[in-house]
Structures are given as C-alpha cells and as structure tokens.
Design a binder for this molecule. Structure first.
Ligand SMILES: CC(C)(COP(=O)(O)OP(=O)(O)OC[C@H]1O[C@@H](n2cnc3c(N)ncnc32)[C@H](O)[C@@H]1OP(=O)(O)O)[C@@H](O)C(=O)NCCC(=O)NCCS
Length: 281
C-alpha cells in the first residue's frame, strides 16, 4: 500500500518525489534505536543482532558521530537506514583520503524498488558526506547484490584487494561463527571422529582482538561459545589473521604461526595422550 503511494508520487508528478524531497533524512537520535533495529532485523533476520549489538557496533563505538547513522523517513515513518564510520584510507605513499565505510543498509520492504539510493534525498546525503571532507565510500555486499544493485544502480566498483584493520568492527559472534565452521571441518576428519567418540573435545581459543571462547567438538556436532567452566583438552592462542585463512594454505599458515610464536598451544601433552588413547582403542 505504502509502496504504491510512493510509486504514485513518483509516476504522477514525474520526479517530484525527488524535487519536493518527500523523503527526509536525519542522523542518530536515541529514540530511533527501536525502529532501526526492527528494520534491520526485518531485513536480515533476528539473527542479525539486538540492541546491545547495534549499540556496540554504532552508537557506542569509539569515534562515533550522530551523523554516522543515516535515517530515511517518508511521512514521518522510518523507511530505510544505512550506517557509516569515517576512516582514513591510505591509497599510496603520502596519499591518504577520508572515507566512509558503510554497512547495515536496508530499506523497508514497502519502499524497495522505488529507486532509493539514487533519489534526491540520497544525493543530499552524498553532498553531506562531501561537506565532511569524505571523498570515497566503501561498502560490503554479496556478489549477487553487487551485480544487481551496487554496480548498475549505485555506481560502486569492486576493489580487488582491500586490507582493513578494523578489528573493532568485527564481533566476537563473527569470530565464533568462523571457529565453528573450522570445528565442523575438523570434526569431519577420521582422527577427530575417533577422538570424540567417547567424550567431547574442548578447545579453548583466545587471541588478540576477541574474547576467549571454547570450541566443543562432539560426534554429531560442534559449537563455539563462551568459555565454560570445563577444563579444556587443549588451549590455543591464535593470531587473528589465521581465522581468515582457508583451504590448503591454512596448515602452512598455522605451522608458520607456531614457529614464529604467534600461535601458542597449551595442554599439548594432555591432548596427545588422549589422541594416543583413542588410536589404540
Ligand atoms: C538492498 C536494498 C537496500 C536495495 O533497495 P531496493 O530499493 O530494493 O533497491 P533497488 O530497487 O534499487 O534494486 C532492487 C534490486 O535488487 C535485488 N535485490 C534486493 N535484495 C537482494 C539481495 N539480497 N540479493 C540479490 N538481489 C537483491 C532485487 O531483486 C532487485 O533486482 P532487479 O532490479 O533486478 O529487479 C533492499 O533490497 C534491502 O533492504 N534488502 C535487505 C537488506 C540488504 O540486503 N541490505 C544490503 C546489505 S549490503
């Protein structure tokens, strides 16, 4: 219904949707939190996170400016949002630019497909970024959405390689999800199946930039979560970079990290004893 109304304004007045600036924009105000979170959960699912997560990621982040939360409103109703962090990006020696690193972009389903993102309000948003001295925008998205929206409609271009060091932006939840995937792969190995046949294997993992967690491998499943009271069978201190290494280079990277002391293992003897026990059984 609302979608039709917006489309109507667009088609009936031939762009007056843009010219009359029917969509208003504004920055963060504490009272917008429930609306924004409801919109993000509607767009990405409740697994996206809760209010505490949103605050951690945005309003409570060091360096946060109320201008970093961008709200779109139509007839008073919150219809979309996007979020940014201003960072300096070094393009080359002596060439550093102020950039907007963006995410948590969503439109309410009723307002999708009406051309937001390239309407007058969004163009005003671009001017506002320029007034803040920002000269580039960076976004993260799936390849499909990039091909459907970001490239053809919004004019973004893929960057081949970007090195980001914004550990603060990566949640423990993301780290734990990644560890769980690694756990699943390990669990598929015959040797690990034998190891966990009689009792779960608990690996305590910590490292710079994320809270310690425990990966528990069982015969049918693996899970990664907060540290349990249970004494781990193995404790590993991991460099953060190792979490993103995939495929055949992972083993080599782990060995290199071990040899250079960036990765440390405790309770190795306990683990080896258990491994030998499982092998002879
Ligand atoms: C992404 C989003 C903000 C785009 O807004 P919009 O008003 O729908 O954008 P447009 O009308 O310009 O483009 C819609 C197109 O994107 C496609 N699209 C939308 N979401 C998509 C998704 N998750 N994956 C692939 N394609 C998607 C639509 O099918 C449509 O394709 P078409 O033009 O070929 O018909 C909106 O779809 C949305 O809120 N999605 C859910 C949250 C999300 O995925 N945010 C982006 C995270 S990077």
């Amino acid at each position: 219904m609302v979608r039709a109304a917006v489309g109507h304004v667009l088609s009936m007045s031939h762009g007056s949707f843009d010219k009359t600036s029917a969509v208003e924009t504004h920055g963060y105000r504490p009272e917008v939190e429930p609306e924004v979170i409801a919109l993000l959960q509607g767009a990405f699912g409740t697994g996206w996170g809760d209010r505490a997560f949103w605050r951690w990621k945005h309003a409570n982040r060091p360096g946060f400016s109320p201008l970093d939360v961008r709200i779109y409103r139509f007839a008073g109703r919150l219809i979309g949002c996007w979020h940014m962090a201003q960072r300096n990006v070094r393009l080359g020696p002596g060439l550093e630019i102020a950039a907007s690193v963006e995410g948590d972009y969503a439109m309410h389903p009723d307002f999708r497909g009406v051309g937001m993102g390239r309407d007058a309000a969004s163009l005003r948003e671009v001017r506002a970024l320029a007034e803040r001295g920002i000269v580039a925008r960076f976004a993260f998205t799936s390849s499909t959405l990039y091909e459907r929206v970001y490239r053809p409609k919004l004019g973004y271009r893929r960057i081949r390689a970007v090195t980001l060091h914004y550990r603060k932006l990566i949640s423990d939840r993301a780290v734990q999800e990644r560890l769980q995937v690694i756990g699943e792969r390990l669990r598929a190995q015959g040797i690990i199946q034998r190891l966990v046949r009689e009792a779960p294997l608990t690996v305590r993992i910590d490292g710079p930039g994320f809270s310690p967690c425990q990966l528990v491998l069982e015969q049918d499943s693996s899970r990664c979560g907060a540290v349990l009271d249970r004494e781990p069978d193995l404790a590993v201190r991991l460099p953060f970079s190792l979490l993103s290494v995939r495929g055949s280079v992972a083993l080599r990277a782990a060995l290199a990290a071990l040899l250079t002391g960036r990765m440390r293992i405790r309770h190795a003897m306990r683990f080896v004893r258990r491994g030998l026990g499982a092998l002879v059984r």
